[in-house]
Design a protein around this ligand. Structure first.
Ligand code: NDP
Length: 291
């Protein structure tokens, strides 16, 4: 039944060249959707489109840097020109800037907001009129548990996702009268290229964050330990499929189990207790007690 709902739906996915976006494209194409793949790495997209076509699916690869206005316009126009419609937009492209706020250059902060938030809004603005004219559609915004819980040394990225949560909540109310659903996905730790990219992007900041070096070293060990609990991108893809087919969809979906747990703790614990727990878990508490 649910598969029938996705058959021939045209679904635009940003960040489709790896991780969650790639798994989602595969999953949705496997259920009959026509997927439009957007990201910067052309060969990766092409390869995925060919793989999907070889297994009987339909995929269109459109190399796109979502921070570039002309690319965003081309993405939407090319999709419309080829398929004549867009049924859903999955705003998934994003990366994480790490580092103590004191040390992250303001330009790097702007860049993280540019990719994770402003470009996402700009692309959404291009797609809304199309969905409105069609009288229905879904916009799925891939946020994070970090959209509700801000962590030391990741607060720039976390702020982009907190802002995305607010934009999504506002948009949900604005678009409901037009039959357009806006849904937020809140993944916990997922095994993708995300950490590797975050580390790459943040290397120069982390190397120059001298006074914070011991905390960052402990934090890195914590992230390594957490990898054991990391979920699979396919699990997020399955939840995105639900967001596209549930009638009506929920405003938010968290995935996997540890994401539900973290959000519940954040919701029900007193703030100071939650802070303490988080610092303890992240290996930062011992620095506090020794100071
Ligand atoms: P990956 O690094 O594997 O994938 C990120 C994707 O975003 C890539 O396809 C990348 O493609 C694309 N991207 C980045 N910048 C741009 C850009 N300027 N233009 C177009 N595409 C871009 O990470 P994930 O799959 O894990 O991340 C997907 C989403 O999930 C992100 O929004 C992330 O914040 C969120 N998330 C991830 C979690 C995790 O633990 N992995 C947890 C919670 C949320 P390319 O480089 O080819 O352009």
């Amino acid at each position: 039944m649910k598969e029938a709902k996705l058959r021939d739906r045209v679904i635009l996915i940003t960040g489709a060249s790896s991780g969650i976006g790639e798994a989602t494209a595969r999953h949705l194409a496997g259920e009959g959707a026509t997927v439009v793949l957007a990201a910067r790495r052309r060969e990766r997209l092409q390869h995925l489109a060919e793989e999907i076509a070889a297994s009987g699916g339909r995929a269109l690869a459109i190399p796109t840097d979502i921070t570039v206005d002309a690319d965003r316009r081309h993405l939407v126009e090319h999709t419309l020109h080829t398929h004549g419609r867009i049924d859903a937009l999955i705003n998934n492209a994003g990366y994480g800037q790490r580092g103590p706020i004191e040390c992250v250059p303001i330009e790097a902060i702007r860049q993280n907001f540019e990719t994770n938030l402003f470009s996402l809004i700009a692309l959404t603005q291009l797609v809304i009129p199309i969905l409105r004219t069609q009288g229905r559609g879904r916009i799925v915004n891939v946020s994070s548990v970090a959209g509700r819980i801000a962590r030391p040394f990741s607060a720039v990225y976390d702020a982009t996702k907190h802002a995305l949560e607010a934009i999504s909540d506002g948009l949900r109310g604005e678009l409901a009268p037009f039959g357009i659903h806006v849904i937020v996905i809140e993944p916990g730790f997922i095994r993708t290229e995300f950490l590797h990219v975050a580390q790459d992007v943040s290397r120069s900041v982390l190397e120059r964050a001298e006074p914070y070096a011991p905390f960052i070293a402990d934090l890195d060990r914590w992230y390594e330990r957490w990898q054991r609990w990391a979920g699979r991108p396919e699990a997020v893809a399955a939840v995105i499929r639900r967001a596209l087919t549930d009638e009506p969809p929920r405003p938010r979906y968290a995935v996997p189990g540890h994401a539900h747990l973290l959000l519940a703790l954040k919701r029900w614990f007193p703030e100071s207790l939650f802070d303490r727990l988080l610092r303890q878990q992240m290996g930062l508490a011992r620095h506090l007690s020794s100071s």
